[in-house]
Ligand binder design. Structure first.
Ligand code: G6P
Length: 607
């Protein structure tokens, strides 16, 4: 989704802004622009397509002079990805430039009002109303104009503003869209996320809803919407710059797949103490847990599928009913939620608009909220009653990999933790914990034991469609496997519960149709085996994913992917890895933009 950056200091602003925008590319965008102030007037450069075009247009920022500026990557919502619609937008008098991430829901009414008042519009965007409102309300005090503007806006926004009459100053304002201030020495920054800041500073301030900031090279002042100055703490970002770089890999996605053993270990290991799962971040008692009558898991995209994968362990071990709901559906479903509901919210970014809205809705109905989040300080973590971080480090590829596996790992840990606290598991806890501790090693084995994946990708990449089948825990992983495949390779891929094949999907099976059959759950393996035989007898080619010595499957499948043997209840984080690699190599065969698939965004901050 859109990304914004701002800079003020003593060095030329344009190269800093371009560098920041490059770091935000992974969020997904289709046009970009910067505005730089040279002390008197504001210059704007905009392009469609990639940041590389903006670098070319501005000669890497060298032909734009000035020490203060704002920049933007736009993921089109209102209006096509054209130069006119790209940000920054200028006020009619040229004194203000604005960049925006979010959606202004009442923009049509405001647009009409502003037109009546004589303002003309150069774009189709919802954003342009903001810059005209700021101009309309400006009487020499930008702060005042911003507060009055905020008063008129409905929807979500992270805003960056500059004013030609306020040299050296940049303004940032936030409502329901992420925005972080970077605290430098003699220079200050803002950005949609920390990846754009860490090469300059590790000291950041998380702006919250209803707050805005005025930054100059040597000061940062933050206010609430009544104009009252507020003081906020500076947080130190712990991860290093290399973590957000490719480190010799061709793509971030491949690097992040390979990082999974370490990411899962970093998430699990510190939480195992004295043979028990310890969540220091959860101050819950046995009494609190006894009061839970249902668990609802909500999320979007892969995080939703992580919920589907984790549900089995959670329900099996705790014996508490678990439902997994898409956040975009849950928020509007008048959900049956009360004080006895534990809502588990899963989000890599912690900024997904539907996830946040569903969470607020359920919280208002009395649910206790526990967030599983990767980005420290993100919105979801600030709303939740409890937050458990997945220590995956920065994830840059749009298609999540280590974000997903660490989320599932946390759900496994929660299952054991809650079940143990409730006395619903006993001696077997030790075995479960051993299984968890072995997960990083087994993920590495799953990477190492499948050297044929690039060859399978060559074989299958031209298929019209790929169908993934599985039952129970295998079905949950099939859902995520199919999503990975479609989002980066653009190959039509769907997951089906294997038992449902006969109810319609089998009509799609024809000669040479590839079927990816997940067979890692011995309790229902025979049933999936029957489905494999059924599709094979109709001409399908089966690529099965199973244990190395699983003779039954080996004898019927055409091709094989392997995972090391493990308890099926906790196999999901291992089983997904060969499927991630398969998606990666199919996308590579199809010459796709693997890290930045078309039309997709890393962090979906609008509904
Ligand atoms: C986007 C990303 C997915 C992600 C989903 C939810 O669609 O491309 O990879 O699973 O959003 O994001 P979240 O940050 O809430 O996990």
């Amino acid at each position: 989704m859109c990304g914004i950056v701002g800079f003020t200091g003593k060095q030329s602003a344009a190269p800093v802004l371009l560098d920041g925008l490059k770091k935000l590319e992974y969020r997904g965008y289709d046009s970009a622009g910067i505005s730089v102030m040279d002390g008197k007037k504001i210059a704007v450069s905009k392009v469609t397509g990639r940041i590389a075009n903006l670098c070319e247009k501005t000669q890497d920022g060298t032909n734009v002079s000035g020490f203060t500026g704002i920049g933007h990557t736009r993921w089109a919502t209102h209006g096509a990805p054209t130069e006119e619609n790209a940000h920054p937008h200028l006020s009619n008098d040229g004194r203000f430039a604005v960049v925006h991430n979010g959606i202004i829901e009442n923009y049509l009414i405001l647009r009409e009002e502003l037109k009546q008042a004589g303002y003309h519009f150069d774009s189709e965007t919802d954003t342009e109303v903001i810059v005209h409102l700021v101009e309309m309300y400006y009487r020499g005090d930008v702060k005042e104009a911003l507060m009055r503007t905020a008063n008129r806006l409905q929807g979500s926004y992270a805003l960056g503003v500059i004013c030609s009459e306020q040299p050296g100053k940049i303004y940032a304002m936030r409502e329901a869209s992420p925005l972080i201030l970077g605290v430098g020495v003699g220079e200050n920054f803002f950005a949609s996320d920390v990846t754009a800041l860490v090469s300059h500073t590790r000291n950041v301030i998380y702006l919250e809803d209803g707050e805005f900031a005025e930054l100059s090279g040597d000061s940062i002042r933050i206010f609430d919407l009544s104009g009252q100055q507020i003081h906020k703490k500076i947080t130190r970002i712990m991860w290093d710059v290399q973590a957000a770089e490719k480190g010799g890999y061709e793509h971030f996605m491949l690097k992040e797949i390979m990082e999974q053993p370490a990411a899962v270990k970093a998430t699990i290991a510190p939480r195992i103490k004295g043979g028990k799962i310890c969540f220091d971040e959860l101050s819950v008692t046995q009494e609190d847990l006894k009061g839970i009558s249902q668990i609802i898991i909500t999320a979007c995209g892969s995080a939703y599928y992580a919920g589907c994968a984790g549900k089995y362990a959670l329900e099996r071990l705790t014996r508490i009913p678990v439902q997994v709901e898409l956040a975009s559906e849950l928020r509007y479903s008048d959900p049956l939620i009360d004080e006895q509901t534990l809502l588990i919210v899963i989000s890599q970014s912690g900024e997904t608009a539907d996830t946040i809205a569903a969470m607020r809705e359920c919280k208002a109905r009395g649910a206790k909220t526990l967030a599983i989040v990767n980005v420290v300080g993100s919105t979801v973590s600030t709303i939740a009653d409890y937050t458990v971080y997945t220590w995956a480090g920065p994830e840059i590829a749009v298609a999540t990999t280590k974000g997903y596996t660490t989320q599932v790992a946390v759900l496994y840990m929660l299952a054991i933790y809650v079940a143990e606290k409730l006395g619903r598991i006993g001696e077997e806890t030790a075995d479960y914990i051993k299984t968890l501790q072995a997960l990083p090693r087994r993920i590495q084995q799953a990477i190492d034991m499948n050297p044929s994946i690039p060859a399978f990708a060559k074989k299958y990449h031209k298929s019209k469609a790929l169908f993934f089948i599985g039952r129970n825990t295998d079905y949950a992983t099939a859902l995520e496997g199919a999503l990975k495949m479609k989002e980066i390779s653009y190959l039509h891929s769907e997951a089906y519960a294997a038992g449902e094949l006969k109810h319609g999907t089998i009509a799609l099976i024809e000669e040479h149709q590839p079927i990816i059959a997940l067979c890692c759950n011995p309790s229902i393996m025979e049933k999936t085996l029957s489905n494999i035989v059924e599709v094979k007898s109709r001409g399908a080619e089966v690529l099965a994913l199973t244990f190395r010595n699983n003779q039954k499957i080996l004898s019927v499948a055409d091709d094989l992917l392997f995972i090391p043997e493990t308890d099926a209840l906790f196999a999901g984080v291992i089983e997904i890895v060969p499927l991630q690699l398969l998606a990666y190599y199919v996308a590579k065969e199809n010459n796709c933009d693997i890290d930045k698939p078309k039309n997709l965004a890393k962090s979906v901050t609008v509904e």
